[in-house]
Design a protein around this ligand. Structure first.
Ligand code: ADP
Ligand code: GN1
Ligand code: MG
Length: 361
Protein backbone atom coordinates (compact mmCIF):
# COMPACT_ATOMS: atom_id res chain seq x y z
CA UNK A 1 0.00 0.00 0.00
CA UNK A 2 2.77 2.43 0.95
CA UNK A 3 4.51 2.21 -2.41
CA UNK A 4 1.19 2.63 -4.08
CA UNK A 5 0.53 5.78 -2.02
CA UNK A 6 3.99 7.12 -2.84
CA UNK A 7 3.22 6.71 -6.54
CA UNK A 8 -0.15 8.45 -6.07
CA UNK A 9 1.38 11.34 -4.18
CA UNK A 10 3.88 11.91 -7.00
CA UNK A 11 0.92 13.17 -9.02
CA UNK A 12 0.44 15.87 -6.38
CA UNK A 13 4.19 16.57 -6.34
CA UNK A 14 4.66 15.23 -2.81
CA UNK A 15 7.24 12.67 -1.76
CA UNK A 16 6.35 11.74 1.81
CA UNK A 17 4.59 8.60 2.98
CA UNK A 18 1.34 9.53 4.74
CA UNK A 19 -0.28 7.82 7.72
CA UNK A 20 -3.92 6.77 8.20
CA UNK A 21 -5.95 9.55 9.79
CA UNK A 22 -9.38 10.30 11.30
CA UNK A 23 -12.39 8.13 12.07
CA UNK A 24 -14.65 8.53 9.06
CA UNK A 25 -16.85 5.56 8.16
CA UNK A 26 -16.58 6.00 4.40
CA UNK A 27 -13.38 7.21 2.74
CA UNK A 28 -9.75 6.25 3.43
CA UNK A 29 -8.09 9.33 4.88
CA UNK A 30 -4.34 9.93 5.31
CA UNK A 31 -2.31 12.77 6.78
CA UNK A 32 0.71 13.74 4.69
CA UNK A 33 3.39 14.99 7.11
CA UNK A 34 4.94 17.46 4.71
CA UNK A 35 5.32 21.15 5.34
CA UNK A 36 2.65 22.37 4.87
CA UNK A 37 0.65 19.22 5.67
CA UNK A 38 -2.02 17.73 3.46
CA UNK A 39 -4.97 15.37 3.72
CA UNK A 40 -5.04 12.63 1.09
CA UNK A 41 -8.26 10.70 0.55
CA UNK A 42 -9.26 7.71 -1.48
CA UNK A 43 -12.91 8.12 -2.42
CA UNK A 44 -15.06 5.14 -1.52
CA UNK A 45 -16.34 4.04 -4.93
CA UNK A 46 -18.80 1.54 -3.50
CA UNK A 47 -20.58 4.41 -1.75
CA UNK A 48 -19.96 7.14 -4.33
CA UNK A 49 -20.48 5.35 -7.60
CA UNK A 50 -19.77 8.50 -9.62
CA UNK A 51 -16.60 10.02 -8.10
CA UNK A 52 -16.19 12.63 -10.83
CA UNK A 53 -19.67 13.98 -9.98
CA UNK A 54 -18.61 14.15 -6.32
CA UNK A 55 -15.49 16.08 -7.28
CA UNK A 56 -17.40 18.47 -9.54
CA UNK A 57 -19.71 19.27 -6.62
CA UNK A 58 -16.84 19.78 -4.20
CA UNK A 59 -14.85 21.93 -6.61
CA UNK A 60 -17.91 24.08 -7.37
CA UNK A 61 -18.92 24.48 -3.74
CA UNK A 62 -15.42 25.17 -2.37
CA UNK A 63 -14.65 27.74 -5.08
CA UNK A 64 -17.95 29.45 -4.38
CA UNK A 65 -17.34 29.46 -0.62
CA UNK A 66 -13.82 30.71 -1.16
CA UNK A 67 -15.12 33.78 -2.97
CA UNK A 68 -17.75 34.49 -0.31
CA UNK A 69 -15.23 34.12 2.51
CA UNK A 70 -12.79 36.46 0.73
CA UNK A 71 -15.57 39.03 0.23
CA UNK A 72 -16.36 38.86 3.95
CA UNK A 73 -12.69 39.39 4.84
CA UNK A 74 -12.22 35.83 6.15
CA UNK A 75 -9.38 33.37 5.57
CA UNK A 76 -10.46 31.02 2.76
CA UNK A 77 -7.52 28.63 3.32
CA UNK A 78 -8.90 27.94 6.78
CA UNK A 79 -12.63 28.44 6.49
CA UNK A 80 -13.27 26.15 3.54
CA UNK A 81 -11.56 23.08 2.10
CA UNK A 82 -8.93 23.76 -0.56
CA UNK A 83 -8.39 21.08 -3.18
CA UNK A 84 -4.82 20.59 -4.42
CA UNK A 85 -4.53 20.05 -8.17
CA UNK A 86 -2.52 17.22 -9.67
CA UNK A 87 0.43 17.91 -11.98
CA UNK A 88 -2.05 17.71 -14.88
CA UNK A 89 -4.22 20.39 -13.30
CA UNK A 90 -7.03 18.05 -12.21
CA UNK A 91 -8.78 18.26 -8.81
CA UNK A 92 -8.30 14.50 -8.29
CA UNK A 93 -6.04 11.71 -9.47
CA UNK A 94 -7.50 8.63 -11.15
CA UNK A 95 -5.08 5.76 -10.58
CA UNK A 96 -4.60 2.99 -13.15
CA UNK A 97 -6.39 0.61 -10.76
CA UNK A 98 -9.54 2.72 -11.10
CA UNK A 99 -9.36 4.35 -7.64
CA UNK A 100 -9.86 8.10 -7.20
CA UNK A 101 -7.67 10.18 -4.88
CA UNK A 102 -7.93 13.81 -3.84
CA UNK A 103 -5.78 16.05 -1.73
CA UNK A 104 -6.76 18.97 0.51
CA UNK A 105 -4.79 21.53 2.44
CA UNK A 106 -4.62 20.31 6.04
CA UNK A 107 -6.34 22.80 8.31
CA UNK A 108 -4.00 23.13 11.26
CA UNK A 109 -4.69 24.34 14.81
CA UNK A 110 -8.14 22.83 14.54
CA UNK A 111 -9.67 19.58 15.71
CA UNK A 112 -12.61 17.35 14.92
CA UNK A 113 -14.26 15.48 17.77
CA UNK A 114 -15.60 11.93 17.72
CA UNK A 115 -17.32 12.53 21.04
CA UNK A 116 -18.83 15.66 22.53
CA UNK A 117 -16.61 16.89 25.35
CA UNK A 118 -18.68 19.90 26.37
CA UNK A 119 -21.99 21.36 25.16
CA UNK A 120 -20.39 24.58 23.89
CA UNK A 121 -18.86 22.49 21.10
CA UNK A 122 -22.38 21.99 19.84
CA UNK A 123 -23.14 25.69 19.94
CA UNK A 124 -20.05 26.36 17.83
CA UNK A 125 -20.72 23.44 15.48
CA UNK A 126 -24.29 24.68 14.96
CA UNK A 127 -23.06 28.14 14.08
CA UNK A 128 -20.62 26.65 11.58
CA UNK A 129 -23.22 24.39 9.93
CA UNK A 130 -25.78 27.21 9.95
CA UNK A 131 -23.30 29.62 8.37
CA UNK A 132 -22.37 26.96 5.79
CA UNK A 133 -26.04 26.66 4.75
CA UNK A 134 -26.41 30.43 4.70
CA UNK A 135 -23.39 30.94 2.47
CA UNK A 136 -24.76 28.36 0.05
CA UNK A 137 -28.33 29.67 0.10
CA UNK A 138 -27.95 31.24 -3.35
CA UNK A 139 -25.70 28.53 -4.81
CA UNK A 140 -27.12 27.29 -8.15
CA UNK A 141 -28.63 24.09 -6.78
CA UNK A 142 -29.48 22.72 -10.24
CA UNK A 143 -25.74 22.40 -10.99
CA UNK A 144 -25.25 19.99 -8.08
CA UNK A 145 -25.16 16.27 -8.80
CA UNK A 146 -27.12 14.01 -6.49
CA UNK A 147 -24.06 12.05 -5.35
CA UNK A 148 -26.13 9.47 -3.49
CA UNK A 149 -29.62 9.32 -4.87
CA UNK A 150 -32.35 9.56 -2.20
CA UNK A 151 -29.70 9.91 0.50
CA UNK A 152 -32.16 11.20 3.12
CA UNK A 153 -35.35 10.04 1.46
CA UNK A 154 -36.64 8.30 4.56
CA UNK A 155 -39.40 6.48 2.65
CA UNK A 156 -36.82 4.99 0.28
CA UNK A 157 -34.57 4.20 3.26
CA UNK A 158 -37.46 2.35 4.88
CA UNK A 159 -37.97 0.31 1.69
CA UNK A 160 -34.24 -0.42 1.52
CA UNK A 161 -34.43 -1.69 5.07
CA UNK A 162 -37.36 -3.95 4.15
CA UNK A 163 -35.46 -5.44 1.19
CA UNK A 164 -32.39 -6.05 3.36
CA UNK A 165 -34.71 -7.86 5.75
CA UNK A 166 -36.41 -9.87 2.99
CA UNK A 167 -33.07 -10.90 1.49
CA UNK A 168 -31.40 -11.56 4.84
CA UNK A 169 -28.13 -12.07 2.96
CA UNK A 170 -25.97 -12.62 6.02
CA UNK A 171 -28.53 -14.89 7.71
CA UNK A 172 -28.67 -12.60 10.74
CA UNK A 173 -32.35 -11.56 10.81
CA UNK A 174 -33.49 -14.27 13.24
CA UNK A 175 -31.05 -13.03 15.87
CA UNK A 176 -32.12 -9.36 15.76
CA UNK A 177 -35.91 -9.55 15.91
CA UNK A 178 -36.29 -6.80 18.55
CA UNK A 179 -34.27 -4.32 16.50
CA UNK A 180 -36.21 -5.22 13.33
CA UNK A 181 -39.53 -4.69 15.11
CA UNK A 182 -38.29 -1.30 16.35
CA UNK A 183 -37.96 -0.10 12.74
CA UNK A 184 -41.15 -1.72 11.43
CA UNK A 185 -43.20 -0.17 14.27
CA UNK A 186 -42.17 3.29 13.08
CA UNK A 187 -43.05 3.07 9.38
CA UNK A 188 -45.44 6.01 9.84
CA UNK A 189 -42.58 8.41 10.56
CA UNK A 190 -40.85 7.78 7.24
CA UNK A 191 -43.06 10.01 5.09
CA UNK A 192 -43.49 13.08 7.28
CA UNK A 193 -40.63 15.27 6.00
CA UNK A 194 -40.41 13.78 2.50
CA UNK A 195 -44.13 14.29 1.88
CA UNK A 196 -44.02 17.86 3.21
CA UNK A 197 -41.16 18.65 0.80
CA UNK A 198 -43.10 17.10 -2.09
CA UNK A 199 -46.17 19.16 -1.15
CA UNK A 200 -44.10 22.37 -1.15
CA UNK A 201 -44.61 22.87 2.60
CA UNK A 202 -40.90 22.59 3.38
CA UNK A 203 -38.29 24.36 1.22
CA UNK A 204 -35.42 22.59 -0.51
CA UNK A 205 -32.08 24.18 0.29
CA UNK A 206 -28.45 23.33 -0.44
CA UNK A 207 -27.54 21.23 2.56
CA UNK A 208 -24.53 19.29 3.82
CA UNK A 209 -26.42 16.11 4.72
CA UNK A 210 -23.74 14.57 6.96
CA UNK A 211 -23.42 16.96 9.86
CA UNK A 212 -21.94 14.81 12.59
CA UNK A 213 -19.56 16.59 14.91
CA UNK A 214 -16.42 15.12 13.35
CA UNK A 215 -17.34 16.77 10.05
CA UNK A 216 -16.67 20.24 11.42
CA UNK A 217 -13.25 21.45 12.52
CA UNK A 218 -13.22 23.54 15.70
CA UNK A 219 -10.41 25.94 16.62
CA UNK A 220 -8.01 24.28 19.05
CA UNK A 221 -7.72 27.44 21.15
CA UNK A 222 -11.07 29.26 20.99
CA UNK A 223 -13.26 26.21 20.31
CA UNK A 224 -15.12 28.16 17.63
CA UNK A 225 -16.13 26.59 14.33
CA UNK A 226 -13.40 26.89 11.70
CA UNK A 227 -14.43 24.81 8.70
CA UNK A 228 -17.18 22.42 7.61
CA UNK A 229 -15.57 19.39 5.95
CA UNK A 230 -16.65 16.09 4.33
CA UNK A 231 -18.49 17.69 1.43
CA UNK A 232 -19.25 14.48 -0.52
CA UNK A 233 -22.97 14.68 0.21
CA UNK A 234 -23.63 18.39 -0.35
CA UNK A 235 -26.89 18.27 -2.30
CA UNK A 236 -30.31 19.86 -2.29
CA UNK A 237 -32.09 18.77 0.89
CA UNK A 238 -33.98 19.97 3.90
CA UNK A 239 -32.52 22.09 6.69
CA UNK A 240 -34.07 19.44 8.94
CA UNK A 241 -31.61 16.82 7.66
CA UNK A 242 -28.62 18.89 8.77
CA UNK A 243 -30.16 19.88 12.09
CA UNK A 244 -31.52 16.39 12.85
CA UNK A 245 -28.36 14.53 11.90
CA UNK A 246 -26.13 16.87 13.89
CA UNK A 247 -28.18 16.23 17.03
CA UNK A 248 -28.49 12.52 16.32
CA UNK A 249 -24.76 12.47 16.97
CA UNK A 250 -24.22 15.51 19.17
CA UNK A 251 -27.22 14.86 21.41
CA UNK A 252 -25.98 11.43 22.40
CA UNK A 253 -24.42 10.91 25.80
CA UNK A 254 -21.98 8.36 24.39
CA UNK A 255 -20.18 6.97 21.38
CA UNK A 256 -22.10 5.83 18.32
CA UNK A 257 -20.88 2.28 18.97
CA UNK A 258 -21.12 2.20 22.79
CA UNK A 259 -21.93 -1.36 23.87
CA UNK A 260 -23.21 -0.42 27.32
CA UNK A 261 -26.63 0.98 26.47
CA UNK A 262 -27.20 2.16 30.03
CA UNK A 263 -24.74 4.92 29.14
CA UNK A 264 -26.77 6.11 26.16
CA UNK A 265 -29.45 8.79 26.46
CA UNK A 266 -30.39 12.02 24.71
CA UNK A 267 -28.73 15.01 26.35
CA UNK A 268 -31.14 17.91 26.52
CA UNK A 269 -28.34 20.34 27.37
CA UNK A 270 -26.53 19.53 24.12
CA UNK A 271 -29.82 19.92 22.27
CA UNK A 272 -30.33 23.40 23.74
CA UNK A 273 -26.84 24.53 22.81
CA UNK A 274 -27.04 23.28 19.25
CA UNK A 275 -30.54 24.65 18.70
CA UNK A 276 -29.53 28.09 19.94
CA UNK A 277 -26.48 28.25 17.66
CA UNK A 278 -28.42 26.99 14.65
CA UNK A 279 -31.30 29.43 15.06
CA UNK A 280 -28.93 32.33 15.61
CA UNK A 281 -27.09 31.41 12.40
CA UNK A 282 -30.17 30.74 10.26
CA UNK A 283 -32.65 33.58 10.47
CA UNK A 284 -34.35 32.34 7.28
CA UNK A 285 -35.80 29.25 9.00
CA UNK A 286 -39.55 28.90 8.33
CA UNK A 287 -42.34 28.21 10.84
CA UNK A 288 -42.86 24.77 9.29
CA UNK A 289 -39.19 23.91 9.71
CA UNK A 290 -39.19 25.19 13.30
CA UNK A 291 -42.17 23.03 14.15
CA UNK A 292 -40.37 19.89 12.98
CA UNK A 293 -36.95 20.46 14.59
CA UNK A 294 -37.26 17.95 17.47
CA UNK A 295 -39.05 15.42 15.24
CA UNK A 296 -36.21 15.66 12.71
CA UNK A 297 -33.71 14.46 15.35
CA UNK A 298 -35.80 11.38 15.93
CA UNK A 299 -36.22 10.85 12.19
CA UNK A 300 -32.52 11.15 11.35
CA UNK A 301 -31.59 8.90 14.27
CA UNK A 302 -34.12 6.28 13.19
CA UNK A 303 -32.86 6.55 9.61
CA UNK A 304 -29.24 6.09 10.66
CA UNK A 305 -30.07 3.21 13.00
CA UNK A 306 -32.02 1.43 10.28
CA UNK A 307 -29.14 1.99 7.84
CA UNK A 308 -26.74 0.36 10.34
CA UNK A 309 -29.19 -2.51 10.85
CA UNK A 310 -29.74 -2.93 7.09
CA UNK A 311 -25.96 -3.05 6.62
CA UNK A 312 -25.72 -5.67 9.37
CA UNK A 313 -28.37 -7.74 7.57
CA UNK A 314 -26.56 -7.23 4.25
CA UNK A 315 -23.27 -8.53 5.71
CA UNK A 316 -21.49 -5.20 6.47
CA UNK A 317 -20.95 -4.01 2.94
CA UNK A 318 -21.37 -0.23 3.35
CA UNK A 319 -19.99 1.24 6.60
CA UNK A 320 -16.43 0.49 7.69
CA UNK A 321 -16.59 -1.97 10.59
CA UNK A 322 -13.90 -3.03 13.05
CA UNK A 323 -15.57 -6.25 14.27
CA UNK A 324 -18.54 -8.44 13.21
CA UNK A 325 -21.19 -6.89 15.51
CA UNK A 326 -20.11 -3.30 14.94
CA UNK A 327 -23.12 -2.26 12.87
CA UNK A 328 -25.43 -3.97 15.35
CA UNK A 329 -23.89 -2.07 18.27
CA UNK A 330 -24.25 1.16 16.31
CA UNK A 331 -27.88 0.47 15.49
CA UNK A 332 -28.66 -0.25 19.14
CA UNK A 333 -27.34 3.12 20.34
CA UNK A 334 -29.44 4.84 17.69
CA UNK A 335 -32.62 3.05 18.74
CA UNK A 336 -31.96 3.75 22.41
CA UNK A 337 -31.70 7.43 21.48
CA UNK A 338 -34.89 7.30 19.38
CA UNK A 339 -36.83 5.85 22.31
CA UNK A 340 -35.47 8.53 24.65
CA UNK A 341 -36.21 11.34 22.16
CA UNK A 342 -39.79 10.03 21.86
CA UNK A 343 -40.19 10.32 25.62
CA UNK A 344 -38.70 13.80 25.72
CA UNK A 345 -40.50 15.11 22.61
CA UNK A 346 -42.91 17.47 24.42
CA UNK A 347 -40.18 19.09 26.47
CA UNK A 348 -37.92 19.42 23.40
CA UNK A 349 -40.72 21.21 21.54
CA UNK A 350 -41.19 23.54 24.51
CA UNK A 351 -37.46 24.34 24.55
CA UNK A 352 -37.45 25.22 20.83
CA UNK A 353 -40.32 27.63 21.51
CA UNK A 354 -38.45 29.17 24.44
CA UNK A 355 -35.23 29.66 22.43
CA UNK A 356 -37.20 31.02 19.50
CA UNK A 357 -38.88 33.62 21.77
CA UNK A 358 -35.59 34.52 23.43
CA UNK A 359 -33.76 35.24 20.21
CA UNK A 360 -36.81 36.87 18.64
CA UNK A 361 -37.45 34.54 15.68
P1 ADP B 1 -15.21 10.39 5.83
O1 ADP B 1 -16.09 10.69 4.65
O2 ADP B 1 -14.62 9.04 5.76
O3 ADP B 1 -15.91 10.69 7.11
P2 ADP B 1 -13.81 12.95 6.17
O4 ADP B 1 -13.69 13.81 4.96
O5 ADP B 1 -14.82 13.34 7.18
O6 ADP B 1 -13.97 11.41 5.71
O7 ADP B 1 -12.36 12.92 6.86
C1 ADP B 1 -12.09 12.08 7.97
C2 ADP B 1 -11.44 12.90 9.08
O8 ADP B 1 -10.21 13.49 8.62
C3 ADP B 1 -12.27 14.08 9.59
O9 ADP B 1 -13.18 13.70 10.59
C4 ADP B 1 -11.20 15.03 10.10
O10 ADP B 1 -10.79 14.66 11.40
C5 ADP B 1 -10.02 14.79 9.17
N1 ADP B 1 -9.92 15.79 8.07
C6 ADP B 1 -10.48 15.68 6.84
N2 ADP B 1 -10.14 16.73 6.06
C7 ADP B 1 -9.36 17.54 6.82
C8 ADP B 1 -8.65 18.79 6.57
N3 ADP B 1 -8.69 19.39 5.38
N4 ADP B 1 -7.92 19.32 7.59
C9 ADP B 1 -7.86 18.70 8.80
N5 ADP B 1 -8.47 17.52 9.08
C10 ADP B 1 -9.21 16.95 8.11
C1 GN1 C 1 -21.14 8.19 7.47
O1 GN1 C 1 -18.62 9.76 6.23
P1 GN1 C 1 -19.01 9.85 7.66
O2 GN1 C 1 -18.31 8.89 8.55
O3 GN1 C 1 -18.91 11.30 8.12
C2 GN1 C 1 -22.35 8.31 6.55
C3 GN1 C 1 -23.44 9.16 7.23
C4 GN1 C 1 -23.82 8.50 8.55
C5 GN1 C 1 -22.57 8.37 9.41
C6 GN1 C 1 -22.87 7.62 10.69
C7 GN1 C 1 -21.84 9.06 2.88
O4 GN1 C 1 -20.59 9.48 7.69
O5 GN1 C 1 -24.59 9.20 6.40
O6 GN1 C 1 -24.78 9.29 9.23
O7 GN1 C 1 -21.53 7.64 8.71
N1 GN1 C 1 -21.96 8.92 5.27
C8 GN1 C 1 -22.35 8.39 4.10
O8 GN1 C 1 -21.80 7.78 11.55
O9 GN1 C 1 -23.10 7.41 4.03
MG1 MG D 1 -16.58 12.43 7.90
Amino acid sequence: MNNNLREILRHFEVDIIPSAYGNGHINDTYLVHSSPEYILQRINKKVFTNPTAVMENILGVTQYLRKKIEEEGGDPDRETLTLISTVDGKPYYLHTDGEYYRMYKYISNSKSYDLVENPMQLYHAAKAFGKFQNMLSDYPADTLHETIVDFHNTKVRYDQFKSALANDKAGRAASVQDEIKFVLDREGDAGIVVDAIAAGKLPLRVTHNDTKLNNVLLDEVTGEGVCVIDLDTVMPGSLLYDYGDALRFGGSSGAEDEKDLSKIYFKVENFEHFTRGFLEALPSITEEELALLPFSIKLMTLECGSRFLADYLNGDVYFKTAYPEHNLDRCRTQFKLVADIEEKMDSLNAIVKKIKDEIGK
